[in-house]
Design a protein around this ligand. Structure first.
Ligand code: ATP
Ligand code: MG
Length: 411
């Protein structure tokens, strides 16, 4: 027999890990709803061009990380490496480009062929927001405030710092790009192979390099500040003013660029020092050109995505699972009555379990092992009297309760 293991870079979520995971998603879903976001679920695979067109043909994700395949009908498909392109494709496919704004929340698996390490997997999971329609910096602030609110609700906000930057508008970027090319050309002897390739095609991406040598050069690279047009500077000032009003603390970091091509104006990351080099827990920005790339009208939009695994690791403690009630029949005659009580408890919304076999001692041992909060014991005499002994397993207190009232008592 082959000793099967999960495929490299994938994980099974069981027990505490799954509870952490679910807590992240449920908390985010709830907070996002208070900001007016509706949940969408889009397919986990799409026409490859949905990603290659929008994320940039030269981006790391498209050149190295996509799970791309041909299906049996010869369609070129890709397991989604991120959520934004699929949501924008869905906006266009469903004719929603005239019904703006759309405020979208999503949660689900993403796939990237990466070198697996702590906090970096090949199947990982993201929650994300997209606010599609408004061009105002208030939208950017609202999306960021919602993200921060989620981090607060998870109890991890104090472990993260919001790093904020602007990538300017087209004009600002063209000027900045020129300055970057001049600077990196001067230092090209010391650049990594990857970054040399980026120099022609997308010099901004060198700023995002994880190579040690590159990072030393990047430290001295020109920033966009001096190249911002008046309009782009005003947009950025507007965003910062709204964030201040919302009480969201941030630091400015002119090196934040985001890994994908489609961003303009706002770029931001929530980073933590608690997860080693996988420190970015949430990242996003404004992507005004993306909907048009997918065949829709020019449509401004802003959003973010956060890694659920990384958030789950930051959680102080996972939420406990609800303690069950153990139903304990003694003797065959009691079992039928016990099953009625068991189903009545479940119908009342109580987590209830009954062992499949065993005497009183065995069944009580099991009740303790599963962390039951109470045992409902039904012996021969109880059966005759039409009652059950309801035992609080915390205090040890025990009490005879009519069978028909057990569920109400424990609900
Ligand atoms: P990184 O710089 O860590 O590679 P990224 O810029 O590629 O991140 P995004 O595309 O912005 O990441 O995705 C948003 C978030 O999704 C990241 O901040 C991170 O929390 C999470 N994430 C991205 N890739 C992975 C992965 N392979 N495994 C686990 N989480 C990931
Ligand atoms: Mg990456």
């Amino acid at each position: 027999m082959t000793d099967f293991q999960p495929a490299r870079g994938t994980r099974d979520l069981i027990g505490e890990e799954q509870r952490r995971f679910r807590h992240v998603v449920e908390t985010a879903r709830q907070v996002a709803a208070t900001y007016g976001f509706d949940e969408w679920a889009t397919p986990i695979f799409e026409d490859t061009r949905v990603f290659s067109r929008t994320m940039g043909e030269t981006s790391d994700v498209v050149t190295k990380e996509m799970y791309t395949f041909q299906d049996r009908g010869g369609e070129g498909l890709t397991l989604r490496p991120e959520g934004t392109a699929g949501v924008c494709r869905a906006l266009v496919s469903n004719g929603l480009t005239q019904s703006l704004p759309q405020k979208v929340f999503y949660a689900g698996p993403m796939f990237r062929y990466e070198r697996p390490q702590k906090g970096r997997y090949r199947q990982f999971h993201q929650i994300g927001l997209e606010l599609i329609g408004p061009a105002e910096p208030l939208a950017d602030a609202e999306v960021i405030a919602c993200g921060w609110h989620i981090l607060q609700a998870l109890g991890v906000a104090q472990d993260t710092v919001l790093e904020l930057n602007t990538l300017g508008d087209k004009e600002s970027r063209a000027a900045w790009r020129e300055a970057l090319v001049a600077y990196f050309t001067e230092h090209q002897a010391a650049l990594s192979q990857d970054s040399l390739a980026r120099l022609d095609r997308n010099p901004m991406r060198i700023l995002d390099s994880k190579d040690e040598g590159d990072r030393r050069i990047v430290a001295g690279a020109p920033t966009i500040g001096a190249h911002l047009t008046e309009a782009a500077a005003a947009f950025y000032d507007g965003l910062k003013a709204h964030l201040a009003r919302f009480g969201v603390p941030f630091v400015e970091n002119p090196k934040i660029v985001r890994g994908l091509d489609y961003y303009v104006h706002t770029a931001f990351e929530f980073v933590t020092t608690k997860l080693g080099s996988q420190g970015t827990v949430m990242g996003g920005g404004r992507y005004d050109g993306l909907v048009a790339e997918l065949g829709g009208p020019p449509t401004p939009a802003v959003g973010w995505a956060a890694g659920i695994e990384r958030l789950a690791m930051l959680l102080e403690a996972p939420p406990p699972s609800a303690a069950p009630v153990a139903v304990v029949p003694v003797g065959d005659a009691a079992e039928a009555a016990a099953l009625d009580v068991l189903q009545a408890l479940r119908a009342a919304g109580v987590r209830a379990e009954m062992a499949y076999r065993g005497n009183l001692r065995r069944r009580m041992e099991r009740a303790n092992r599963i962390g039951a909060r109470a045992a409902v014991i039904i012996g021969e005499d109880d059966l005759k009297a039409g009652v059950a002994q309801v035992k609080d397993l915390g205090s040890g207190a025990q009490d005879a309760v009519p069978l028909a009232e057990v569920a109400a008592r424990l609900a």
